[in-house]
Design a protein around this ligand. Sequence first.
Ligand code: ATP
Ligand code: MG
Length: 473
Amino acid sequence: MAAKTKFQAIRGTRDLLPPETALWNHVEWTAHEVFGTFGFGEIRPPIFEPTELFARSIGLETDVVSKEMYTFRDPTEELDKILIDVLRFAEEKGITFGFGSDNVETPAKVQRILSEQPLLQSESVTLRPEATASVCRAYIEHGMQQLPQPVKLYYMGPMFRRERPQKGRYRQFYQIGAEVLGGGDAPAIDAEVIEMVMTFFDKLGLTGVELDINSIGHNAPDCRPAYIEKLRAALEQVKDQLGADSQHRIETNPLRVLDSKLEHEQAIIATLPRIADHLCPDCAAHYAAVKRQLEMRGVFFKENWRLVRGLDYYMRTTFEITAKGLGSQNAVCGGGRYDGLVELLGGPPTKGIGFAIGEDRLILSLQESGKGAAPQGRDIYIAWMGERAYATAVRAAKDLRNSGFSVELPPTELKFGKALERADKLGSRYALILGDNEVSEGSWTLKTLVDGTQQKFTEPELLEFLKQRKSGS
Ligand code: ATP
Ligand code: MG
């Protein structure tokens, strides 16, 4: 006997099921709607990209790139190796190849021709851990700098990071994000992007929303690098009081020490120099203007000098939004400005700002505050008995579905009592009762299941009645 294998979803991944998926759809449709009103269009980049795209943009010293990416070699590499062996063999034996009609080519030339075929060029690919790099890659690839600037794009979909799974943290998770590329770095752009996220959360009725903002300056000698040197020097002074992670980060990425959640490091961090006191005049002015612009839009925020964001490409404005009911994974949105990123990826100098919302956490928070989706019942359950009634039932189901009602038509005959029981269990609003009597009379009985009342209708009357009830409720 063959052993039975019990398959399970891979650790850190999960199935999203009804009725919860109705809430996911509601969230996604609200995003389409709200982002549309701000003039954003949807982009759907691929799920995997060259590893190099993420390594270069996110940064080698980040957790994401150093240990969390799902990376694999495209198997065509193996094919390449085999091919090279075959060609070498042919070379030794003096075998030549015909290409096209009658051209005779040497193995060396064949190898050159084949190596120019993109399909045979293997590369290391990675399941996307985030989508900003992809959006910038697409901006460059499609020459979007030729379009009216700024280009405003949003996306939604799965991301992949090999992290320790826990509440609100998965290995396949979902993000909804947006990017504004090109068209300058006016503080109004930063403020409007933030206003858009807050409008979206507001529309969803997300509770306990808190927006933290900060400026992390830019990469010029009189700005962030000077601050980082001060910070590093200050950290060296207290090094032996810090944990191993923070000690390591003094070398690799001292800003990230500010991000530490370790209890015993908090008092030490509170004494460190703050970037707001070390911004260059331009960055300081930009930050002040962003705050004014947020106030103009009635967007409440809290300044948080320790907010640094985990990815390398951020500069100037950074922000994070937290919500209720999520425990320690309470960040539902992270974002910021990344003016150098497009250029870093080989494009023209381009300003950029964007954010990514953790959809899983957003949904969790909505559910915790009682805004989860109620199980979706059927509108109409058709209880039929008899051959003739069945033919009518099939036609009725088709008409009702065409009019937008959800209809359950049992595939085999059930006694009326049994059928009504099932209708109840499925949370149906109405039962349409069709027996041979009803069919010969041409009148259909509709039972309202909450109160048990029954009414008789002709077919057109019935449709009319249901439509009115639907638009009325
Ligand atoms: P965190 O500090 O919580 O790890 P992050 O800084 O790594 O977040 P970003 O890369 O900025 O997160 O991604 C933006 C948002 O995506 C986060 O605020 C969060 O809501 C969500 N997110 C990130 N990683 C995960 C994950 N593994 N599972 C679920 N959601 C995630
Ligand atoms: Mg993270």
